[in-house]
Design a protein around this ligand. Structure first.
Ligand code: NAP
Length: 368
């Protein structure tokens, strides 16, 4: 059995990864060793019948270098500290990562096997040892529009995202709930005779005050939104927006870059990211043809009929969270150009957008 180290299992992505691995009985075929950056020496708080019951130090290079495979869901800061140290001492194991740090390395592959399985296999055969999960919205976009990309039909793509608080990590998700709690206290006295605008004024006044919980987001997310995710880069994009074109083209291994751009927005949902696409096709397609191409690409994507009832019941974070399915709807031709379509997709960014490609990459390596 291979020794597989898990770092970052306590975070949101790591917890979902463990949940999925337990459900799929993946732990039966590995010897799992759990690491921590904050609770070294403590007992592992769950039972998966692994040999080592104690949390190991995630900075201990000697123990890490004894492993066959490392999966890190800890974040870029950790990967940037540890990955190169391990490679420099000659560690030749497989490194699987959820963070963005290694995605732009030339010797890394961004993994999303329903999209690029053959490319991943080719790279394993070539001796590549570093496999990284893609940005959550990029992976979810490719899972939903995979058929159009596969048939090389997309000339360019513009996207507006609606990203959940959990996309930023555990502490941000908790803060959104604290913000909601704060607001709900102010609105406690709602009854039939309440003037709703008085309550709104009270909330609006209070969410910009200093005692409103905003240590992580810096500003209110509950009752508001934040049209900025990640740091600024030089061309006016945020890093999150930059990833759209770079990562998509790296995953698809395109010869000619498919232009992709848009605006990434954090909204006050807990889990699951939504995206609104404007798609310029290279050729004219009927609506039905386009839907067939999208639907037939993989078993998780699900075309939702463009009517109110199907849309509001199936195409929302509330309908999707915790599920692997990727609904896509609101598919229509746009007035602005005969080859332009719009579509709207929702997906659980903790599943296909993060944990699931990593879990499947581990399985692939174990069975290879
Ligand atoms: P996270 O929830 O903040 O967890 C990361 C680590 O933070 C944990 O492993 C834990 O490490 C520590 N931590 C500190 N306070 C914590 C708390 N209150 N609850 C749980 N853990 C806490 O981060 P994440 O969202 O899982 O993201 C991990 C990596 O995946 C990041 O690089 C992120 O960019 C990437 N990613 C995230 C998503 C997403 O939707 N969240 C999607 C795709 C990729 P110790 O146990 O060692 O203390």
């Amino acid at each position: 059995m291979k020794d597989v180290g898990f770092i970052g299992w306590r975070g949101i992505v790591g917890s979902v990864l463990l949940e999925r691995m337990i459900k799929e009985k993946d732990f039966n075929s590995i010897n799992a060793i759990f690491f921590t950056t904050s609770q070294c020496g403590e007992l592992i708080p769950f039972d998966i019948q692994n040999k080592c019951k104690i949390l190991q130090d995630a900075y201990n290079i000697e123990i890490l270098s004894s492993l066959d495979i490392i999966i890190s869901c800890q974040g870029s800061k950790y990967t940037s500290k540890i990955y190169s140290k391990l490679r420099l001492i000659g560690w030749n194991g497989y490194w699987i990562d959820a963070s963005s740090y290694l995605r732009s390395f030339t010797n890394s592959v961004i993994v999303l096997d329903p999209i690029n399985l053959n490319f991943i296999k080719k790279k394993i055969d070539m001796g590549i040892k570093t496999f990284v999960g893609g940005n959550c919205t990029v992976s979810l976009m490719l899972m939903s529009l995979g058929g159009l990309f596969k048939d090389n039909l997309i000339e360019w793509l513009s996207v507006s995202t609606y990203q959940a608080a959990s996309g930023a990590g555990s502490n941000f998700m908790k803060e959104l709930l604290l913000q909601m709690k704060f607001i709900s206290k102010i609105s406690n006295f709602i009854n039939n005779s309440t003037n709703i605008l008085d309550i709104e004024k009270n909330i609006s006044k209070n969410i910009i005050k200093n005692d409103f919980p905003k240590k992580y987001f810096s500003v209110p997310l509950a009752g508001s939104l934040i049209p900025w995710i990640d740091k600024k880069i030089n061309n006016g994009q945020t890093k999150e927006e930059w990833k759209g074109q770079f990562e998509t083209n790296k995953i698809l291994n395109t010869k000619n870059i498919i232009p992709i751009d848009g605006t990434c927005v954090r909204i006050g949902t807990l889990r699951s990211h939504s995206q609104s696409f404007t798609i310029k096709l290279k050729q004219q397609l009927s609506l039905n043809n386009m839907k067939d191409i999208i639907q037939s690409h993989n078993k998780w994507v699900k075309v939702i009929p463009n009517d109110m009832s199907h849309t509001i019941n199936n195409l929302t974070p509330a309908a999707v969270s915790g599920k692997l399915s990727i609904p896509i709807g609101r598919i229509k031709k746009l007035n602005i150009d005969k080859n332009c379509f719009s579509a709207f997709s929702v997906g659980d960014q903790l599943l296909w957008g993060a944990a699931e490609p990593l879990r499947r990459m581990l399985k692939l390596l174990l069975n290879y």
